[in-house]
Design a protein around this ligand. Structure first.
Ligand SMILES: [Zn+2]
Length: 593
């Protein structure tokens, strides 16, 4: 399979160094296949190996993108077929013989619309590069070009890739260039007839591409997104980009985003641009924009340059995702969107969620980071008993460190300053990531004391975080209480007319009585029940009261006996100081004009 297009497609290229150029077509968008052509120029390797990444950076799961690749073929400059051999799940070897220029063709099935996967149908195309573009092993740091030939019904292509000088959008094609393969796949591409607008923030043009209808207001987005961008950029005080692109997908049931160096992809429920949904959107904008520093430039050494063949393990996602989650709310306060009280309530609910979770006492946040690949991204019915999200616990630890820093420096420095130290030293001076040990050492230097106990207890350990200590030193009121009440400990859901047990809390009355996930509950003390009836009965019980449930497991009916027990959760309550306090004022300052 090779198209006649090719001869003029790459006509302008006169490179002599080894280089890889791509062309992307979508001949029949409704069948969800992208056609990709790679041109390998001036190959020196006897048998070049081409590979499809197994994961998308920023999303820590092996997704096996090669499973969507079909019809891989290779030809030489004269169109003669070259032998190609599959080496492993994601690698192919080309026997080039004497060919200097090799053309590789393949198709990619793209039918999963998310921020980290690719999609194509008659309404639009979205390219998340690591699932569409293969790379030549050993040539990952070479520059090249990308030619996008949209389907005739698609008029726009939006990406942060730099346009290639010669023929932008002439003849309906779009030409881009990249410096490294990392850059190519770090710039998602939206193709179709989406809405596009721009705004300037800090003198930098920001392009917004919105696919799908929604109840957003472009004027409001321009104002609010610029405000969020400016507030976020003030944390580090320097924006390394000269352009930035937001790709927004308005879908039925959206949520989430993925960061890139000079762009991001956001997914949103299309009618969610009002009330708390809109606040959630602004927080998501702050989150992904903050990542252009924290994770893309201030980063663990394991997260770039990437190994696209396998898991890239780091124990620092609690900093990368956790600190980013801490800032995505704090920045809404700094932008003047939340009042001090509203912000404090947000932080308090994060703390209470973390410290009230069973998994918080089981999985250290450093382990949660390292095992993201097999746990956070592959949850099962028992996950809440065994895992703690590095987003929330990391956000809580970020808040505590921020409070400690502000107290230590008497309201003159904050976590911002520590992040600036990392940015300046590791990104700007050394141009590399840091090891976990280096991070620990830098934090110890900044705090003027060994942070080993902090790591042992709260990062590599599962102890209750020193919330009261940190925030009382800052001047907040902190009260703790034990919220103890009867709780059965089973999560129920009505499915197909049946009451199904979806999860069991460890140590609960439900577990002690022998209930299991997937059990169907049919009766309570001799009476047939639906979900609301059984929940009503259970909610009316005090600790010590006994009852029986009629259960079906694998079609077998039997009764189980239970005794209701109390479940205690520690609750923190944060309150603003009664008198003005310079440290709290500094922490919760608004920086937006
Ligand atoms: Zn994130």
């Amino acid at each position: 399979m090779r198209s006649l297009l090719l001869s003029f497609l790459f006509l302008t290229i006169t490179a002599t160094a080894q280089q890889v150029n791509y062309s992307l077509r979508m001949d029949k968008p409704h069948n969800h296949y992208f056609q990709v052509t790679m041109e390998l120029i001036d190959m020196k390797m006897a048998e070049p190996i081409i590979k499809m990444p197994v994961w998308a950076p920023g999303s820590y799961l092996v997704r096996e993108f090669a499973k969507h690749v079909n019809q891989v073929s290779a030809t030489d400059e004269n169109g003669a077929k070259l032998p190609i051999v599959k080496l492993s799940k994601n690698a192919w070897k080309i026997k080039r013989g004497k060919a200097k220029r090799i053309i590789v063709d393949y198709e990619v099935y793209a039918f999963e619309l998310s921020v980290r996967t690719s999609f194509l149908d008659a309404s639009h195309g979205f390219v998340s590069g690591s699932g569409v573009f293969m790379f030549v092993d050993g040539l990952i740091n070479k520059p090249g070009k990308l030619n996008v030939i949209p389907h005739a019904s698609f008029k726009k292509v939006t990406t942060s890739l730099r346009e290639a000088g010669e023929s932008v959008a002439a003849d309906g094609q779009f030409n881009f260039q990249y410096e490294t393969y990392d850059e190519l796949v770090d710039c998602p591409i939206e193709i179709g007839n989406h809405e596009v607008f721009t705004f300037n923030a800090l003198g930098i043009p920001h392009t917004v591409a919105i696919y799908g209808e929604g109840n957003h207001s472009v004027d409001q987005l321009k104002t609010d997104m610029a405000k969020i961008v400016e507030t976020t950029a003030s944390v580090i005080g320097e924006n390394p980009n000269d352009r930035y692109t937001f790709v927004i997908h308005n879908v039925v049931d959206g949520g989430g985003g993925l960061e890139h160096s000079n762009s991001c992809v956001l997914s949103l429920s299309r009618w969610d641009y009002t009330g708390s949904g809109y606040l959630g959107f602004l927080s998501l904008v702050a989150h992904e924009y903050f990542h252009l520093w924290n994770v893309k430039r201030i980063r663990p050494i394991e997260l770039g340059p990437f190994d696209y063949d396998k898991e890239n393990y780091t124990s620092l996602l609690w900093v990368m995702e956790g600190f980013t989650s801490y800032y995505d709310e704090l920045l809404l306060r700094r932008a003047g969107i939340y009042s001090e009280k509203e912000y404090l309530d947000k932080l308090q609910s994060t703390i209470n969620y973390v410290e009230g979770s069973v998994g918080s006492r089981v999985q250290p946040v450093a382990h949660a980071s390292f095992d993201a690949w097999i746990k956070a991204y592959r949850p099962n019915e028992n996950s809440s008993n065994t895992t703690m999200t590095y987003y929330s616990r990391g956000a809580m630890l970020g808040a505590i460190l921020d409070a400690d820093i502000i107290s230590k420096y008497d309201g003159k420095k904050s976590l911002d300053d520590f992040l600036r130290v990392l940015y300046t030293k590791y990104y700007k001076q050394l141009n590399r990531g840091f090891t976990t040990e280096e991070f620990k050492q830098e934090l110890s230097n900044f705090m003027g004391k060994s942070m080993n106990p902090f790591f042992e207890q709260y990062v590599d350990g599962t102890e209750v975080a020193p919330v009261a200590q940190a925030f009382m030193t800052l001047g907040l009121g902190v009260s703790t209480s034990k919220n103890e009440r009867p709780s059965f400990g089973a999560t129920l859901r009505q499915e197909g007319g049946k009451v199904i047990v979806k999860g069991i809390r460890a140590g609960s009355a439900a577990e002690d009585g022998g209930l299991s996930p997937n059990d169907e509950i049919i009766g309570y003390n001799g009476y047939r029940v639906d979900q609301s009836a059984v929940e009503q009965w259970l909610n009316g019980l005090a600790a010590g009261q006994s009852f029986k449930l009629l259960v079906s497991r694998d079609e077998k009916l039997f009764e189980l006996a239970f005794t209701m027990t109390n479940y205690a959760k520690m609750q923190f309550q944060l309150s603003l100081p009664k008198e003005p306090n310079s440290k709290v004022n500094y922490w919760l300052r608004t920086t937006s004009k």
